[in-house]
Design a protein around this ligand. Structure first.
Ligand code: IVH
Length: 705
């Protein structure tokens, strides 16, 4: 997409624009025209979302973006439809229009084993009269398929698959996907109009974070990233679509027309192979599977690559459910043609299913750390994706109704990647009459207090905060892997110590009577040593783990990180108003209220004081660097190309040691770190006496080892 000279030029212009933007009032003439600023922003979106290798910090990007927004606001005639600011759609979409695809979106034929593939290859060889066929092998992305139409180098519309012929027009939503370019120079290839197909995904990390948030709020999570991607495309609020962090892979050019006036007005300007098309898309700034695909000769090599990819499946950041094998030569594809359902030139190879059939045998009601009573389905044990599943959380009463579940039902379950197993659906048609209705209890199954369901909530709760189940679950959550990670403690030990009266609450973890524990069966010297070492080690865990471990309602791992970054010490929250909390990223009214109440509760503050007295760190250690090389409060800026460190790495080092990155050269800057080919920033810094100009070596020496 960008040649290295072009990248260098754009980066140089970026630096000029950045220093202009940060200079504020004092700057007069723009470093270039508005289109050059748009080009720069497009370049950095591409580096960030397609290449995964950003050259500037998020705040620098935001600064430039806001500046462009300001220019366009002042003079709306400057706005173009492919301006980076135009991703932000019109807010609410009222209704999705139905649109007909330029070419019907067929599905692929599936195969499940080597014999199926060998069979298909034989047919392709017979029809093509070739001894061995060149194939392009690429992942089968497990998301929601979309089509994109570009007209005259600009995005024209986007649609869901729908029934394959007619889909929903979702252009505004698709524009929220940052890896979809709003403009692309198809004209360079003599192309006038083009329809591209691809798959919208949510990567595993974002999916987990989003689901954790739903669970925190008592809302049933999505069964898999595919459902959540498909659901996200049909949201009528573009801002919410943008927050879902959707990604896309574009893998097929289904239609193209040549520019009529182009003298070469033929398809000759365009690639003649499928892999060439993927390269072209990549070159035009799309995220195509260029790096994931492989061109091979013959079905033997296809199998090798399929096996290689399957072994990497769990390490990929996104879900795939197989591989797609496509005849590489586009002329041969044309000759092979289609059946009424699928192309003859392509075949999907599906990996081992992560779905399985089972039976719902019974329901157990568990009380969680917040008192929420969760039904857990006991199912006939079944292997899915290499793990045997015997019970599945089914969230709440509404969910039982939605999935139409009865005890005795045949069910379909799914376990995708490291996602917890879910019930996909039941089969009411298969009922025999022997099934029984699931009854929700009216009283807590542990302490027998009456359960309540606050209005507007989906979850029944036990409000007795001393309910044994809640206390035990709070301790289990505190020691768990994602919280304080006290290895060798585990659920079983928490329960055992609690039952024996050796552990009453969270601070009790740091005050255990090891003499008494040593007398218990199964606790030899070694296990006690392990346990004491793990407890000791947990005292220095980073603040976000402690905050997450406190089990504040609605505070998942992501929010805990945001909170930890905002303070030096956890007690700083005692002075936060609800409004200050609401101003933080990811913190809405409900979450802010919950955090506010937590830090106004005497019992909670006493618990934290006890933890601190036992030596547990309640400080934000990142902000509390002491001794030599302390960068506390110092501001830094990098310019030019660094030799040893990546720019992002260097900036992280500054932040980790208490320093701050700022966007431009001004009297607020303490250090300018200069790499090769430094430009205008250096010149400007030389004029401000207080700025210390240092090189990469000097910078590295400042960082405590
Ligand atoms: S090619 C005319 N390539 O799988 C053929 N499809 O079961 C166009 N899919 O509807 C499709 N990854 O949503 C193709 N690399 C890939 C794919 C892929 C995922 C999906 C797509 C399609 C479904 C077919």
């Amino acid at each position: 997409m960008y040649q290295s000279a072009e990248s260098k030029e754009l980066q140089q212009q970026t630096i000029d624009w950045l220093s202009f933007v940060t200079a504020g009032e004092s700057a007069t003439t723009l470093p270039g025209d508005v289109e050059s600023l748009r080009d720069i922003l497009r370049f950095h979106e591409y580096r960030y979302y397609v290449q995964n290798d950003p050259l500037i910090s998020d705040s620098e990007y935001d600064g430039l973006y806001k500046f462009l927004e300001g220019l366009e606001k002042k003079d709306p005639s400057l706005i173009t439809v492919d301006s980076p600011t135009q991703r932000v759609g019109a807010g609410l979409v009222s209704e999705f229009l139905k649109v007909e695809h330029l070419v019907p979106m067929l599905s692929l034929e599936n195969s499940y084993n080597e014999a199926d593939l060998i069979d298909w290859d034989r047919k392709v060889r017979d029809l093509s009269k070739l001894p061995a066929v060149e194939y392009c092998v690429e992942p089968k992305f497990d998301g929601a398929s979309i089509s994109l139409v570009y007209d005259n180098d600009r995005i024209f519309r986007s649609a869901t698959r729908g029934d394959g012929v007619v889909g929903d027009e979702i252009t505004l939503n698709t524009k929220q996907i940052k890896s979809v370019p709003l403009g692309a120079k198809f004209s360079r290839y003599g192309i006038d109009q083009v329809e591209i197909r691809g798959e919208v995904l949510i990567n595993k990390k974002n999916f987990k974070a989003y689901n954790d948030k739903l669970v925190e709020e008592g809302i049933p999570p999505f069964a898999n990233p595919r459902n959540s991607a498909a659901g996200s495309l049909r949201i009528k609020d573009t801002a919410e679509v943008s927050r879902r962090n959707l990604e896309v892979f574009l893998y097929h050019v289904s239609y193209l027309s040549a520019i009529p006036t182009s003298s070469s007005a033929t398809k000759n300007d365009t690639p003649q192979t499928h892999s060439g098309m993927l390269e072209m898309l990549w070159d035009l700034g799309f995220r195509s599977p260029k790096k994931e695909m492989k061109v091979v000769l013959g079905i033997g090599q296809v199998m090798e690559y399929v096996a290689e990819f399957e072994s990497k499946r769990d390490e990929l950041p996104y879900e795939i459910d197989g591989m797609v094998i496509k005849v590489n030569d586009l002329h041969l594809q044309d000759r092979l043609g289609m059946t009424s359902h699928h192309p003859r030139w392509a075949m999907a190879y599906k990996f081992k299913a992560r779905q399985a059939s089972s039976k719902l045998i019974g329901i157990e009601f568990q009380v969680g750390r917040t008192g929420a009573v969760t039904p857990v389905a006991k199912i006939a044990p079944v292997a899915v994706g290499g793990v045997t599943v015997g019970s599945i959380s089914i969230h709440n009463e509404d969910y039982i109704r939605e999935k139409d579940l009865m005890i005795g039902d045949a069910i379909l379950i799914e376990r995708s990647g490291d996602v917890i197993p879910q019930i996909v659906k039941s089969f009411p048609d298969l009922r025999t009459g022997a099934e029984t209705v699931i009854k929700f209890p009216t009283h807590c199954p542990v302490c027998n207090d009456q359960l309540v369901k606050p209005t507007g909530e989906a979850v029944w709760r036990c409000l007795n905060i001393s309910c044994r189940a809640q206390v035990v679950e709070r301790i289990i959550h505190f020691v768990s892997k994602d919280a304080m990670d006290i290895k060798s403690f585990g659920d079983a030990n928490v329960r055992k110590f609690f039952d024996l009266g050796l552990l009453k609450d969270i601070p009790g973890i740091y005050d255990l009577d090891f003499e008494a524990i040593a007398k218990l069966e199964g606790f030899g010297k070694k296990s006690i040593d392990n346990l004491t070492a793990a407890i000791e080690q947990s005292k220095g865990q980073p603040l976000h783990r402690l905050i997450y471990g406190l089990g504040i309602r609605y505070v998942g791992e992501t929010t805990a990180k945001t909170l930890a970054n905002a303070v030096n010490h956890v007690f700083d929250f005692k002075d936060f108003t609800e409004d200050a909390l609401k101003n933080m990223e990811d913190v809405g009214t409900k979450v802010a209220g919950s955090i506010y109440r937590f830090f106004r509760d005497e019992d909670n503050l006493e618990m934290l004081a006890k933890l601190e007295a036992s030596g547990v760190s309640l400080k934000n250690q990142k902000r509390q660097v002491t001794g030599m090389g302390n960068l506390n409060g110092q501001t830094f800026l990098f310019t030019g190309t660094l030799a040893q460190l990546k720019r992002t790495q260097a900036e992280e080092m500054v932040e980790q040691h208490g320093g701050k990155i700022i966007g431009g050269v001004s009297s607020k800057l303490n250090y300018l770190v200069v790499g090769a080919d430094a430009g205008s920033k250096l010149e400007k810094a030389k004029k401000i006496q207080s700025i210390k100009i240092i090189n990469e070596e000097d910078f590295i020496k400042m960082i405590p080892s």
